[in-house]
Design a protein around this ligand. Sequence first.
Ligand code: ZN
Length: 623
Amino acid sequence: MSILKELQSKLPENAMISEVKFEGSEIVLYTKSKEFFRNSDGPIRSIVKELKKRLEVRPDLTITMDMEKTKKKINDIVPEGAGIKEIYFEPELGKVIIEAQKPGVIIGRNGETFKMIKNETCWLPKIERAPAINSDVVRAVRKLLHSEIDYRKKFLNKVGMKINSDIKETDEEWVRIAMLGSGRQVGRSSLLVQTPHSQILLDAGVDPSSDKKPAIELPEFDAEKIDAIILSHAHTDHSGFIPYFYENGYTGPLYCTPPTRDLMALLCLDYIDVMQKEGHSPPYGKKAVEKTLKHSIALNYGEVSDIAPNIRLTFQSAGHLLGSSLIHLHIGEGLHNILYTSDINYVNSKLFEPAYTNFQRIETMIIESTYGGSQNTLPPRIQAEKDMINIIDKTVKNGGKVLIPSFAVGRAQEIMAILDAHNIKTPVYMEGMLWDATAIHTAYPEYLSHYLQKSIFRYGKNPFISEIFHRVAPKERNDLIDSADPCVIIATSGMLNGGPVIEYLKGLAPNPKNTLMFVGYNAEGTLGSRIQKGWRDLPVYNQKTGRNTTIEIKMNIETIHGLSGHAGRNHLVNFVRNLRNKPDKVLVNHGEPKRCIELARDLHKMFKVETNAPKNYEIIRLK
Ligand code: ZN
């Protein structure tokens, strides 16, 4: 590997390097010199600049302090307020992991506490946040990654070798994109980016209204040739099919942000459960989700990472969901830049800032159009919040209950933050899934809006642990439905295509005092969408008779517009307008056919760019 030789020639003489390795897009150096380990920041910075590769210096085990002594030392150095939960080691990587409630305290004002730990123990500290609500998922994911450290070291090295391999000369450079899903539909989002040197899969989701999977039967699709899968966010219409590839022999990397990784695990495991409960056979088993996690490479917003010999990936915030990302691909040396927005929001919601727009270059943009139709302008958020609070007040005064169907992730936490901000006193009930998803939010507050970060970090007020929220077990459902007390129930799934919300709906539907309140998007063909269109017969499967009957829905039906996690037409246009650099070509996806077409038509008129609303199975040459 020529780059490793080049690197070694640039290192100072006292570096005493015992091992140099690729680890994903990073190059990792293990040193036997305490001196170099402590003072490598300066020399490394200049090498990074020259080589344009990320470097990390780690201690060779011959220089690290004894583990028990190290633990003691860390407890001595770190101020009490940090709330250290656990200290453990990854000797294979020369790291000491410190899990604490307040990581900021361990890092110190200018990183001085961090440096002190590093310098005194000669371990490389890695600091993780302990969630404010105990999260089984976060714990399980961290434990899995920790226990698989040997495998991961080898895996990351393999990925790194591939990324740094030489490119074969070709007669012509080209970039094209194949629509495997999300072409004029909401569901099974999946795009394949191809160049002569690499193939990258962007998202691989399932369709909430049918069993359809991404179009992997496309003649040229070959899972073995995929260099990397990139996941924009955890919703199953983007992530739900990814474990399938790992179950069927794919061993390449999956790139996503840390919260996306954890939420994806939660949602894919739930997807398997829901499928099984409904008597369908899921496309993969639970082991496949573990395998997926084992091959995940987490990147934070703004981190630039090589993912193939000719492709560089950067995530930026999309404003849609915890950890949700815009995916920016830089292909070749300035050959072509792709921005895949996936799902975006472009308002200041309670949870997130609007999507990032400050990209240096974009030639092709793929943009969603959930609310892309010319009539899909969304009202101001403040109004939507007020409407929601009014409906809850009215129902509660009437002695009724409010049922809010919601995705486990995203809407639910947004609603929680709004209810908390409006000082609602009515009890709010949620089942385990929603609770777990909320707990994951408390592990990654740095991915939340400035508003929430300020509330949590400065005032110590975390809306997710407010006492109005109660966890309810499935066996307590009937008691909750039968009780005379007004309350709010948030339950999955958001589009009424399965999940506990159906059980609550069956119980609450016959009473006109109750309210069913939609707060998010309902895809065509789902029960949610049918009810919004006026359907009032709720099909119910009777287990005793084995027959389907119907219940008439007499409860009040409300839809709140403007609380969506997706940008409205007005916001989509603003997003494009505010991009630092306009793309030459825009592909519109992730919307009903009419909405895709209307957004493509209008963006063309407004911004004088080439636009297209491709169908599934279409292949488009970008360069
Ligand atoms: Zn989404």
